[in-house]
Write a protein that binds this ligand. Structure first.
Ligand code: EPZ
Length: 416
């Protein structure tokens, strides 16, 4: 499949259930390498990125069996400490196996992951944290060779920036280091908390995840466990925005509304009706809402991963909105595609200035990255006529069963 065809102009109606969180399950699959005992993960989404991560740990010697949304992982004997180049280049998030393999085997070799469409994506803070724990980092023909022959020793680490991936790598390495580690200016995303909970369920001693200071008491061994992955707050937010933009009435089920506070606040400010109903959120709109200003921040601020779909919704708001992207250096590629659909947007540095237009028109557009794809789907849902979206492999990296879920909300959608 490489194209989606969406006929827009109809309000979304009905109920949609959110899958497990891609950005929580990826580091947790890596962390499963830290024990020789069986690990069972429930609510794992069936996504390209998740399948690549399972291939990475299988290439190291782990066994992975998928039964629906359940993953059974056993990393009893790891034969290799080198992640295959062709898998790492497919998905840079595989970099989080560094901390896990260092903890389990004392060494890891991995291609230095390239950048991607949204930015150069350096890993300097990951490496600085692992070196602080006593690892030695060498570059060898494009491969990072990271080893800790004397073992890892706990220490105090101050992160220059609350990087999600760097926090995850350091947490996993520190969880089995000798002594205590304190990570200051740590990332506070819900996915960090889910990883900490998983490590503690395996016998780890992690405290403070979800705040900017995380304490870890190193343990010698971790045991197997069964863990249910948290719901995907970015998928949930994407569906809430699609429902609002089309003036629909949708119940989004299996959400933790606390993870969506910044988005819900901004949607209410724009005049969209959202209300929490237990582990679901109902969104109702008439498709008319006010423009608002938003700036992406690290959690608990407005998530950069919801910037693109939110901007797409604002393209039809009344009045002018300003969207500032502070996390990635090149995350406005959806703007050119939205302008092909009639949006009135100007980029000035890190800020997009959006003048609301009454309607978008269907057009052939191209998704350049995962969340840009979500933005184009949202725009196509509001536009009269049938839009053709190319580059949908990006979308399948992060949105499980997106066609079925949209069809369940009354959308006329097909792919070829
Ligand atoms: C995670 O990426 C997510 N991916 C991203 O989601 C998300 O956008 C990002 O966190 C921010 O919330 C996964 O969890 C798999 P960072 P990560 O390290 O860990 C720079 C999606 O759409 N940086 O917090 O790579 C970096 O270049 C994806 O699902 C350094 O300079 O994000 C970026 O500009 C996209 N040096 C900023 O920090 C480093 O050593 C934030 O990156 C590390 C990061």
């Amino acid at each position: 499949m490489n194209k989606l065809y969406i006929t827009g102009g109809k309000p979304l109606q009905g109920t949609v259930s959110i899958s497990g969180a891609k950005n929580a399950v990826l580091p947790i699959i890596a962390a499963a390498l830290m024990t020789a005992e069986p690990v069972v993960l429930e609510e794992t989404p069936d996504l390209i990125d998740v399948n690549v991560m399972t291939q990475v740990i299988e290439s190291l010697g782990a066994s992975v069996v998928r039964q629906g949304s359940r993953l059974q992982i056993e990393a009893r004997d790891l034969e290799s400490i080198e992640a295959p180049h062709e898998l790492v280049t497919q998905m840079r998030a595989s970099i989080v196996i560094m901390g896990a393999l260092l903890a389990r085997k004392g060494r890891v070799r991995i291609s230095h992951p390239g950048g991607c469409a949204i930015g150069s994506r350096p890993i300097n803070w990951h490496l600085k944290g692992l070196e602080a724990l006593g690892a030695e980092v060498r570059m060898d023909h494009g491969f990072l060779d990271v080893s800790a022959a004397q073992g890892l020793k706990g220490t105090r680490i101050y992160l220059d920036f609350p990087s999600v991936g760097a926090t995850e790598n350091i947490m996993m390495a520190a969880a089995m280091a000798e002594g205590t580690t304190v990570i200051e200016n740590a990332a506070q995303e819900p996915e960090i908390v889910d990883l900490a909970n998983f490590l503690n369920e395996m016998g780890g001693k992690v405290r403070g995840a979800g705040t900017s200071v995380i304490h870890l008491e190193g343990v010698k061994e971790l045991h197997g466990t069964t863990h249910t992955v948290i719901p995907d707050r970015i998928e949930a937010g994407s569906f809430l925005l699609m429902a609002a933009a089309t003036g629909g009435d949708v119940l989004v089920q299996n959400v933790i509304s606390d993870h969506l506070k910044p988005l819900l606040a901004k949607m209410l400010e724009a005049g969209v009706m959202v209300e929490e109903e237990g582990d679901a959120i109902r969104v109702r709109g008439d498709g008319l809402y006010q423009g608002v200003d938003v700036k992406t921040q690290v959690h608990p601020g407005f998530s950069t991963d919801l910037q693109a779909p939110f901007l797409a919704m604002l393209s039809r708001a009344q009045g002018t909105s300003m969207v500032t992207e502070t996390i990635f250096e090149n995350r406005f590629m959806h703007v050119d595609e939205l302008k092909r659909m009639g949006a009135d947007i100007k980029i000035e540095g890190r800020t997009a200035i959006i003048k609301g237009v009454p309607a978008l028109t269907a057009a052939p557009v191209t998704a350049t990255d995962l969340r840009a794809g979500a933005a184009l789907i949202l725009a196509a849902l509001t536009a009269e006529g049938t839009s053709e979206i190319s580059g949908i492999h990006h979308i399948y990296r992060g949105y499980e069963s997106i066609e079925e879920k949209l069809r369940g909300l009354g959308v006329v959608i097909r792919s070829n």
